[in-house]
Each structure stands twice: as structure tokens, then as C-alpha cells.
Write a protein that binds this ligand. Structure first.
Ligand code: SF4
Length: 125
């Protein structure tokens, strides 16, 4: 049995032996997160629990799972690199192995991280 991990961590916050352990026991341990979409009984969905304001009213308007994933990934594109520390911006692993931590935490840290109007009629919660 392997664990799942919806949220990400900053890779340099972990000792190398702890990172190796988590990579070994988790099926999706990563420093870069793809949308961890929650779909609800009414078929609405949000990007992840911490960014539930980034939502769609009905996932069935999308032709398949991949297009839902792409939709949410596109909606957070501007947030993904906002409020990143200067250490991260100069890190060799930035956006390859690690995105510098949770986007929701970084978004809460400063005014530059608000999602722009997507213009696609997607509902804001
Ligand atoms: S991107 Fe930032 S948090 Fe991630 S390993 Fe590099 S310096 Fe650490």
C-alpha cells in the first residue's frame, strides 16, 4: 500500500532522508502540484480545498478529465509564480522539481496573487 499526498511541501524544508522516505511510500509525492480537484455531488468542483474559490459550477460541460485538469491549471497559472521567494527564483529546481510551496499559502501572503478574471464564465465561490 502507498499513501497519497494532495498538498505539496517545499523540498528544501525536508531533510534528504525524509524526502527519500516520502518519495518511497507515496504514489504522488512531489514539490510541484497539479490540480487536486474535488468534485461534489452537485457536480461542481474546485481546484483543491485550500483554493476552493477557484471553482466551476458543472464539470460535465468539459469533454473529459484532461480538459478539466487543463482548465484548473490554466486558472492558477498567474498564481503559480506569485510571491515566490528570491531563494526559489534562483533555485535550480524551481518549477522543475519544486514550486516553492503551497500556492494557497503564497497567495494569502500578498496582494499580487489574486486570480485574474478567467473570462470563461466559470463561477467564483
Ligand atoms: S524552489 Fe524554493 S522551496 Fe523548492 S527547493 Fe528550491 S529554494 Fe527550496
Amino acid at each position: 500500500m502507498r499513501t497519497g499526498l494532495d498538498c505539496i511541501v517545499r523540498l528544501c524544508d525536508l531533510r534528504i532522508e525524509d524526502r527519500n522516505y516520502l518519495e518511497g511510500v507515496s504514489m504522488n509525492f512531489s514539490g510541484v502540484r497539479h490540480p487536486s480537484i474535488d468534485v461534489h455531488p452537485d457536480l461542481s468542483a474546485f481546484h483543491c480545498l485550500s483554493m476552493r474559490d477557484i471553482s466551476v459550477p458543472d464539470v460535465t460541460v468539459f469533454p473529459n478529465q484532461d480538459t478539466v485538469m487543463w482548465h484548473f491549471a490554466e486558472r492558477v497559472r498567474s498564481i503559480r509564480k506569485a510571491n515566490v521567494s528570491t531563494d526559489c527564483l534562483t533555485c535550480r529546481g524551481f518549477m522543475r522539481r519544486c514550486q516553492g510551496g503551497c500556492m494557497a499559502l503564497r497567495r494569502a501572503a500578498g496582494p499580487a496573487c489574486h486570480e485574474p478574471d478567467s473570462g470563461d464564465g466559470a463561477k467564483e465561490a
